[in-house]
Design a protein around this ligand. Structure first.
Ligand code: TRP
Length: 455
């Protein structure tokens, strides 16, 4: 007999947990620096097109698969077509989740470290952006700090997963997400009133320059949309498996996409004017928010308090995301291997930690991991591209093909219509899942294979 599966307490509970998964470092750390590296506004526009056309489509497909099968990703594919190779799509997702968890937690460790740095006034009275760069690079080059914070952060994630996600996380995200939004708005106001450079920053962020668009821009924008929405590896299959049959899946999917995009757009709007006002380089890469925000905080009254609060909240936003990354592998071991929740969480957590060490050491602590042969980039950046971009893109393609062609849109729509007397975008969704999403990804993959420009 099947055990009855745990469920979210309410629609709001689901939306918050799923938005908690989606909203994280992807919005506030990754989105701004990717935008900076890819020429600004045109990237933002392409990003938004992908969120609407592919993000929403896949979000709904994943939630539907999860609720229909009531399983983790591997189990979900295996349940619909037992004995076929489709379960490997789920397996790819489980592996991708652990890999993303490993490097994501390194960055989350930095945000945790920044709480103390800002609180103890290390960024006070900054006169020159080079000073911040100095503090940042010394910090991430310190192997003990980097690995210690990584361990601490994964430990926190494991702790929450062992304790059960529902009440605690559901309740806390409800309180903390609005506060994060509030602080973000405050930052935005400060940033927009910095004077010199603000207009330049806004133009960079809001006025598309299509000459800057290359094929790589499209690849990166799609990867970023999937990453930010937690798609392509079954996190939303897993979260969908806890949604009640009474809920309207299409609106669930829409809410998560809207919240996530809103936060990313606001983060960019707060960061770019400040960046230009400080005369910093928008293409600076992964260190971007760690260099810009401390300066902005230093320039506002009460900056130490707001800055500290901001990094606390960012750490929490990251935690609600890592929870979902870990939960996928944990649900797999519970459902398919009969492990206890605790064993699964601890074992996967240790694995992710070990895999995270090279990333933690790759930002200056070790020359060895600092430049991976062939791709010529630090290990962390390599993992970020390989799993945070390509594995998710491939996973998304396979999920779209599965739902659109193998399982079939008719079956999917039947599941979507439970708890939902009408599904407004039904015919559009049937087209996007069958044709638009796969075609876009296949075009990108063919381009990458032909040009060899993978990294
Ligand atoms: N979406 C999260 C962020 O933007 C990160 C994340 C959580 C994620 N779960 C995921 C990314 C699953 C890809 C797949 O910070």
């Amino acid at each position: 007999m099947e055990k009855s599966r745990e469920q979210w307490h309410s629609k709001l509970g689901f939306v918050l947990a799923a938005a908690g998964s989606a909203i994280g470092l992807g919005n506030i750390w990754r989105f701004p620096y990717m935008t900076g590296q890819n020429g600004g506004a045109a990237f933002v526009l392409i990003y938004m097109i992908f969120v609407v056309l592919i993000g929403f489509t896949i979000m709904l497909a994943e939630l539907t698969l999860g609720r229909h099968t009531q399983r983790n990703p591997v189990g979900a594919f295996a349940k619909i077509f037992p004995g076929t190779q489709w379960k490997w799509v789920g397996a790819l997702g489980v592996v991708t989740g652990v890999a993303i968890l490993s490097f994501y937690s390194v960055i989350a460790g930095w945000t945790m470290g920044y709480i103390f740095k800002i609180a103890t006034g290390q960024f006070n009275n900054i006169t020159d952006s080079r000073q911040v760069e100095e503090i940042f690079s010394q910090f991430v080059q310190n192997p003990l700090a980097a690995v210690g914070l990584l361990a601490l952060f994964i430990g926190l994630t494991v702790g929450v997963i062992v304790g059960g996600v529902s009440a605690g996380i559901e309740r806390w995200t409800k309180i903390l997400m609005p506060i994060l939004l509030g602080i973000l708005l405050l930052l935005l106001v400060r940033s927009l009133t910095l004077g010199k450079g603000v207009v330049e920053g806004l133009l960079f962020y809001l006025k598309p320059n299509f000459h800057a668009v290359k094929i790589e821009t499209w690849v990166q924008a799609l990867g970023q949309a999937l990453f930010s929405l937690s798609l392509g590896m079954g996190a939303m299959i897993t979260y969908g498996s806890y949604i009640s049959k009474k809920e309207n899946l299409a609106t669930c999917a829409a809410y998560v996409c809207i919240f996530d995009t809103l936060i990313a757009l606001l983060a960019g709007l707060a960061i770019f004017p400040a960046l230009f006002a400080m005369g910093m380089d928008p293409a600076g890469g992964p260190g971007l928010v760690f260099l810009v925000l401390p300066v902005v905080f230093d320039m506002m009254p009460g900056g130490t308090i707001f800055g500290t609060a901001f990094f606390i909240l960012l750490t929490i936003a990251a935690l609600t995301s890592t929870i979902s990354l870990l939960e996928v592998a944990v649900a797999y071991f519970i459902d398919e291997r009969n492990w206890s929740r605790k064993t699964a969480a601890v074992v996967v957590g240790v694995l992710a930690f070990l895999l995270g060490i090279p990333s933690a050491l790759s930002q200056g602590a070790s020359t060895w991991f600092g430049c991976i042969p062939l791709v010529h980039m630090p290990f962390l950046d390599f993992m970020n591209v390989l799993f945070g971009n390509y594995a998710l893109t491939l996973g998304t393609l396979l999920i779209a093909l599965f739902v659109g062609w193998k399982w079939g849109t008719k079956n999917a729509v039947k599941e979507i219509l439970q708890g939902n007397s009408q599904f407004k975008f039904q015919s559009i969704w049937m087209i996007t899942i069958r044709f638009v999403a796969p075609a876009a990804i296949i075009i990108i993959l063919i381009y990458l294979i032909c040009t060899g420009k993978f990294f």
